[in-house]
Write a protein that binds this ligand. Structure first.
Ligand SMILES: Nc1ncnc2c1ncn2[C@@H]1O[C@H](COP(=O)(O)OP(=O)(O)OP(=O)(O)O)[C@@H](O)[C@H]1O
Ligand SMILES: [Mg+2]
Length: 431
């Protein structure tokens, strides 16, 4: 078990930005996949998980460090390593068989052998009978099976999966996930190591032997949690729930350890990638946690279940409440702070004031925008002014998203106004 199948050594990656300074997305990531191991990777959106997988697959070069596979550095797509993406780009003019064979063509496998191996892979993944179907005739789940067949046909030693189930509905995802785990456990595929990115905690705990948690800005592995549970795994067993709790606790720790009770949150930077959290949902979450049966403190997985939100929908809300100082998270529980309780107890107008007050105190970008508007003679500034500023640190799309979020929050709190037609921020209504 201790043989290493693939290793990343101090892998860094930076992408060019508008100001040419470059943006560090991965910071000296050390990581390895052991023989016989499935590793899950969890982390916030934008933390560099896909970038890391692409580097392991040899699809992009790291800016620093190296990937070692079979005793050699990886440069370019490595034979023996296959990747499955969230949605597979199948060629619409090729049949299922044609799409799967394609994976072998690049390897120079002779025609007859190509056909036989493709048929076997199609059979393995449960698509027999659909060899001559075209992608448009298939459901999303079946298309993703074609994606898996195309990866498995090369008999990969390492399988890299980037959210392969997340575009599928819950039941389809569950079936395909179960089938993959069966193939692996029954050793019907020659694969020796699997690394898969997920945004679903339970999915990760179900499949993985080890869970790696990615930190963002810059991306690195914050911690690893072993999952020593017997298989098949029961989602409701005490052991399973305990690990789910542990992972929740890790994922909800904000910068500077604000997640730990009593710890003072470290200030965030002006270009901090604010979670996209609608104010209505934040208020709803505070109400839910404050009310029965939680009375101010809730077990996160339980809470997610009871309000029917996926992890990736709930986490931005929780992070925002933590950043704003309305809640803290520890040991897989969320607990309202004194301010959070006051918020819950307030009427709409008081809530706005409290929200604005916390916004200015805890979110540097909110304070900055307000200061600029206060200082300008006409108390007006074009959105582009802040956009440019943020683009020193973020790419265009992210800067845009962060601004969108802060504008929504700021307008709600009546900290400033925004006119969508002229794209100008101002102090028109606010006092
Ligand atoms: N080709 C590129 N050029 C510039 N920046 C990029 C490029 N690819 C990724 N990035 C940036 O790198 C960061 C990490 O992106 P990546 O897609 O690896 O994150 P992720 O963890 O997979 O996110 P998600 O959970 O949303 O899939 C993001 O900020 C993204 O904008
Ligand atoms: Mg990704």
């Amino acid at each position: 078990m201790s043989d290493i199948v693939m290793a990343a050594e101090a892998v860094s990656k930076s992408f060019k930005t508008a100001d040419r300074a470059g943006r560090l997305v991965l910071d000296k990531v050390d990581f390895h996949i052991n023989d016989g191991e499935i590793v899950a990777v969890l982390g916030k959106s934008g933390s560099g998980k896909s970038t890391f997988l692409r580097i392991l697959a040899g699809l992009i070069e790291p800016s620093g460090g190296r990937v070692v596979y079979r005793g050699a550095e990886v440069h370019g797509p490595a034979q023996g390593v296959a990747m499955v993406f969230q949605s597979f780009a199948l060629f619409p003019w090729l049949t299922v068989l044609g799409n799967v064979e394609l994976g072998l063509e690049a390897l120079g496998v002779p025609r007859q052998e190509r056909r036989e191996r493709a048929l076997a892979a199609i059979d393995l993944i449960g698509l027999d009978g659909f060899e001559s179907a075209y992608p448009k005739e298939l459901s999303g789940g079946m298309r993703q099976r074609v994606g898996f067949a195309r990866a498995l046909v090369v008999n990969p030693e390492v399988l890299l999966l980037d959210e392969p189930f997340s575009a599928l509905d819950v039941l389809t995802a569950e079936t395909l996930r179960g089938d993959l785990v069966d193939l692996w456990l029954e050793r019907r595929i020659p694969t020796r190591g699997i690394l898969f990115v997920s945004h679903n905690i339970e999915e990760a705990v179900e499949i993985a032997d080890r869970i790696a948690i990615f930190d963002s800005d810059p991306g690195k592995i914050r911690s690893e949690i072993p999952v020593p549970l017997p298989r098949p795994r029961d989602w409701n067993s005490a052991g399973f729930r305990q690990i789910v709790d542990q992972v929740y606790a890790m994922l909800t720790t904000t910068p500077g350890g604000a997640g730990r009770r009593g710890a003072k949150p470290e200030p965030i930077s002006i270009a901090y990638r604010l979670p996209d959290a609608p104010v209505q949902q934040l208020a709803g979450l505070i109400d839910t946690v404050a009310d029965a049966p939680y009375h101010g403190r809730a077990d996160l997985p339980h809470l997610a279940d009871s309000i029917g939100l996926e992890t990736d929908e709930l986490l931005p809300l929780i992070e925002t409440l933590q950043l704003l100082g309305f809640a803290h998270v520890g040991g897989g529980d969320i607990e309202l702070t004194a301010a959070g309780r006051v918020y819950w107890d307030s009427d709409i107008q008081q809530r706005k004031i409290l929200f604005g007050d916390h916004l200015v105190r805890t979110i540097p970008l909110a304070a900055h925008i307000r200061r600029v508007l206060d200082e300008r003679p006409g108390h007006r500034a074009p959105r582009a002014r802040f956009q440019r500023e943020l683009e020193d640190h973020l790419d265009e799309e992210e800067a845009d998203e962060v601004l969108e979020t802060i504008i929504n929050w700021g307008r709600h709190a009546e900290l400033f106004a925004y006119d969508y037609d002229s794209e100008v921020l101002s102090l028109e209504n606010p006092t």
